[in-house]
Design a protein around this ligand. Structure first.
Ligand code: PGA
Length: 251
């Protein structure tokens, strides 16, 4: 049985003090979430240590937003998967469209990052999603299929138990324009069939596939009701504890 997950991607937002307050606000309300739903938050690197302290004893998972391709050494400005694990992270987001677009993250780098994450016991929230022009040219399935096959198909099947996929159409991220439930379900079903063709039906059925892109309390219910949508990766709406919790209550 795959997990239902709502993950908050804070991106480069909040001061440390604000982030700690936000985490406290989420912890205070976590009892209002049904037991079958896992909450994860992904604050900026600088916030992880104090936020880990706030999350202690709560069921909320802690995620980074990225990790290095290398284990250690002369890589100025990078943060390794081992460092993240060492301060209490359980997950890292990888392949977010903002990192693919602005920081040149390609399949080769992402394959290395996933290996680092797994070596250090981190689960991976692997993001995929097409740009508007891809959809306009009817290439959205090809783009997503390639993002999956170039990276995830290099993994041994048993590693897929540590992968959560987030489908985030780039045109819906931070724009207020959400994919319709039909568009999202269609892509999620496609992702599952892509996984099934390579890894087999059991792994495809057990892989959590999140939707991301302007997901908010007002549209989460309709999205999460779709058979292949197992929750959300939430950006803007994860910066308010009430909205984040309301999204997690959408089932
Ligand atoms: P958004 O971001 O919810 O602000 O659209 C989602 C994401 O990029 O993960």
């Amino acid at each position: 049985m795959r997990k239902k997950i709502v993950a908050g991607n804070w991106k480069m937002n909040t001061s440390v003090a604000e982030g700690v307050e936000l985490a406290k606000g989420i912890v205070a309300k976590v009892a209002e979430i049904s037991k079958g739903v896992t909450l994860i938050i992904a604050p900026p690197f600088t916030h992880l240590v104090p936020v880990a302290e706030v999350l202690k004893g709560s069921p909320i998972g802690l995620s980074a937003q990225n990790c290095a391709t290398e284990p250690k050494g002369a890589f100025t400005g990078e943060v390794s998967a081992a460092m993240l694990k060492g301060i209490g992270c359980n997950y890292t987001i990888l392949g977010h469209s903002e990192r693919r677009e602005y920081y040149g993250e390609n399949a080769d780098k992402l394959t290395k990052k996933i290996a680092m994450a797994f070596e250090n016991g981190l689960k991976v929230i692997y993001c995929v999603g097409e740009k508007l022009e891809d959809r306009n040219f009817n290439q959205h399935f090809d783009v997503v299929s390639k993002q999956i096959s170039d990276v995830l198909f290099t993994l041994a099947p048993e590693k897929m138990a540590n992968v959560i996929i987030a489908y985030e159409p780039v045109w819906a991220i931070g724009t207020g324009e959400t994919a319709t439930a039909e568009q999202a379900q269609e892509m999620h079903a496609f992702i599952r069939s892509t996984l099934s063709a390579h890894f087999g039906e059991k792994i495809a059925e057990n892989t959590t596939v999140l939707y991301g892109g302007s997901c908010k309390p007002s549209n989460a219910k309709e999205l999460f009701a779709c058979p292949d949508i197992d929750g959300g990766l939430i950006g803007g709406a994860s910066l308010k504890a009430d909205d984040f919790i309301a999204i997690a209550q959408a089932w």
